[in-house]
Design a protein around this ligand. Structure first.
Ligand code: MTE
Length: 397
């Protein structure tokens, strides 16, 4: 296949869950059904959303080698066995969320460019591997005062059309990488099994609390640097431009606009689906998550489009051994009565959710206030329009 003058082959892709909603076929981008997403706290691996920018490389664990170089006293080449045997194995639960989650809703307000994601481009897994911090200490990474400011990652997936066929790359700060409570892993297991090809076999970064784009899969190299990654995906993409930036003037803003790191506060209603017709009682189910390890403290539900609110019940919060909150919470809210329905056959209502975190961050009401050219970080109030039928109508049928 040829796109943007780059020849790439998608003939050797792994098999995938037929139930996925495929948002883009090649490179493969898919999310689970939203009702399936919130069935479990830990997402089964085959249901975990997939966000690829290029063909999936086919890497053999036996010949794999991770390079560590740059501002280090002891450059390294490590085999998969070295990584498993030389460093302590750590397991954390963490959600990964794409910065493009809920882009389709932003596009409904005003068209944006990018893969059209619904509300399910995030998932939660139990990840095992070694700490990036331990590897960087072993490599004798320089300190901040010596100029070591960024941990730069390169993947082994060549052919990203946006970046002229270069491999995918990204970086995080050394502050995050070296933070004892930062929990950045070089993960080789997902939900107790070796990573699957789609999720980065044999080794990937899991950088919890920050946008999924920084959790580089099929990890080739870690370079300690004074500069951010030079990758397109760090310097050009995954940035929130203000709403006056368009495709004619964007170049002027590339360097001025910071690259995204920590995620913001987010929530969405997964059940019921938009435009459902229901009888009372019924239960709303969804997810809420925040960035930087901040705890989701509260999810508010409105049955009247955001005029009045009540608290949802939070379920399934499991921060495991971590000191911070890296995983989503699932929430539910059961509606047994609807005053608006009295003496009527049916009532159309707008369900809304919004979450709050431990820094009192909450979601903006309107998507138009955060609209941006690339459609990233849409965390506006999530709403679902439904029709509720009166029970007496059901009895008459
Ligand atoms: N790493 C590589 N090497 N190539 C990629 O295309 N996509 C990134 C990140 N790491 C990507 C990558 C993006 S944008 C996201 S959101 C996550 O991987 C998705 O991880 P997943 O496919 O395991 O859900």
């Amino acid at each position: 296949m040829q796109h943007n003058n780059i020849n790439v082959s998608y003939e050797n892709e792994p098999s995938r869950d037929p139930d996925f909603t495929v948002n883009y076929k090649a490179p493969f981008n898919a999310e689970p059904r939203q009702d399936v997403l919130v069935q479990q706290f830990i997402t089964p691996t085959e249901k975990f959303y997939v966000r690829n920018h290029a063909p999936v490389p086919d890497i053999k664990g036996e010949s794999y080698a991770l390079k560590v170089d740059g501002l280090v006293g002891n450059p390294l080449i490590l085999s998969l066995n070295d990584i498993k045997n030389k460093f302590e194995k750590v397991t954390i639960n963490a959600s990964i969320q794409c910065a493009g989650n809920r882009r389709t809703m932003m596009s409904e307000y005003k068209k944006v460019k990018g893969v059209g994601w619904g509300i399910a481009s995030l998932s939660t897994a139990s990840w095992s591997g070694c700490r990036l911090r331990d590897v960087l200490e072993y490599a004798k990474a320089f300190t901040k005062n010596e100029g070591a400011l960024h941990a730069v990652f390169w993947g082994l997936d060549f052919g990203c059309p946006e970046d002229n066929g270069k491999p995918y790359g990204s970086s995080i700060t050394m502050e995050k990488a070296m933070d004892l409570d930062g929990d950045v892993l070089l993960a080789y297991d997902m939900n107790g099994e070796p990573l699957t090809r789609d999720h980065g076999y044999p080794l990937r970064v899991v950088a919890p609390g920050i946008i999924g784009a920084r959790s580089v899969k099929w990890l080739d190299k870690v370079t300690v640097s004074s500069q951010e990654s030079e990758s397109f995906f760090q310097r050009r993409d995954y940035k929130i431009f203000h709403n006056g930036v368009n495709w004619d003037n964007v170049e002027k803003y590339w360097d001025k606009t910071p690259s995204l790191q920590e995620l913001s506060i987010q929530s969405a209603i997964c059940i019921p689906a938009p435009n459902s017709t229901l009888y009372l009682p019924f239960t709303i189910t969804g997810y809420a998550t925040s960035g930087g390890g901040r705890k989701v403290e509260r999810v508010d539900i409105s049955l009247d489009g955001g005029e009045t609110w009540d608290y949802a019940e939070l379920m399934g919060e499991d921060k495991g051994v971590c000191n911070k909150y890296w995983s989503w919470v699932l929430f539910k809210y059961t509606i047994t009565k609807l005053p608006q329905l009295q003496n009527k056959d049916h009532q159309k209502i707008r369900l809304v959710c919004r979450a709050w975190d431990s820094a009192s961050n909450t979601q903006p009401k309107d998507v138009k206030d955060i609209w941006n050219l690339r459609g990233v970080m849409n965390n506006s109030w999530h709403f679902v329009d439904i029709t509720v039928l009166n029970q007496s109508v059901k009895n008459k049928l």
